[in-house]
Design a protein around this ligand. Structure first.
Ligand code: FES
Length: 198
């Protein structure tokens, strides 16, 4: 189950978390917000969002809402992690030197705290559309070198599985990594850095 909410500016999945698995692109929805409890109002106002990632398998994407924006949590496999470094010469800012696009603790090759989990605001840095998840390897429309990533249907910007923008597309910068931290292995708090983290 998922809800498609029109915010007036952009459309994206919310209210339920969507999980898209592997090259088969099977869509499985996992109820994420069970009820509109008072905490839902706090979250809408910008409070951090608690996300259970215990069922997120490698290759799957989970979408949650934070501050009215989609935030993606993507589980990377060892192969996907290894592929990231091979893309550097095709990217505009492979080493995340644009410091406005991520917290300091995500200024690393995976743009993440943990290599196996990408956390990213799912809004294109060109004009604000929400890119689509394209995990397939070398699909006909994205070319033989495509190793999975995100494609913005509005004007064709492309991003890899660390949210890094390709060269030669309209989006000027990498996708934004929101502040986040872990509570144990399986819970992510989106919208808040760990105490003392920059
Ligand atoms: S809004 Fe994404 S390419 Fe223009």
């Amino acid at each position: 189950m998922s809800s498609d909410i029109d915010t007036g500016k952009r459309r994206f999945l919310t209210a339920a978390a969507s999980v898209v698995g592997g090259a088969g692109a099977a869509v499985v929805a996992i109820p994420f917000v069970a009820s509109m409890a008072p905490s839902a109002k706090a979250e809408a106002a910008g409070a951090p969002v608690r996300v259970d990632i215990s069922r997120l398998e490698p290759g799957q994407l989970l979408t949650v809402e934070w501050r009215g924006q989609p935030v993606w949590l993507f589980r990377r496999s060892p192969e996907i992690i290894a592929d990231l470094a091979t893309l550097n010469d095709q990217l505009r800012d492979p080493h995340s030197q644009q410091t406005s696009q991520q917290p300091q603790y995500a200024q690393n090759p995976g743009r993440s705290i943990r290599d196996d989990l990408m956390v990213m605001v799912g809004i294109c840095t060109h004009l604000g559309c929400s890119p689509t998840f394209r995990p397939e390897l070398a699909p006909a429309d994205l070319g033989a070198n495509w190793k999975g990533g995100f494609f913005c249907p509005c004007h064709g910007s492309r991003f890899d599985l660390a949210g890094r923008v390709y060269q030669g597309v309209p989006a000027p910068t990498n996708l934004v990594v929101p502040p986040y931290h872990f509570l144990g292995d399986d819970v992510v708090i989106v919208g808040e850095s760990a105490e003392g983290a920059a």
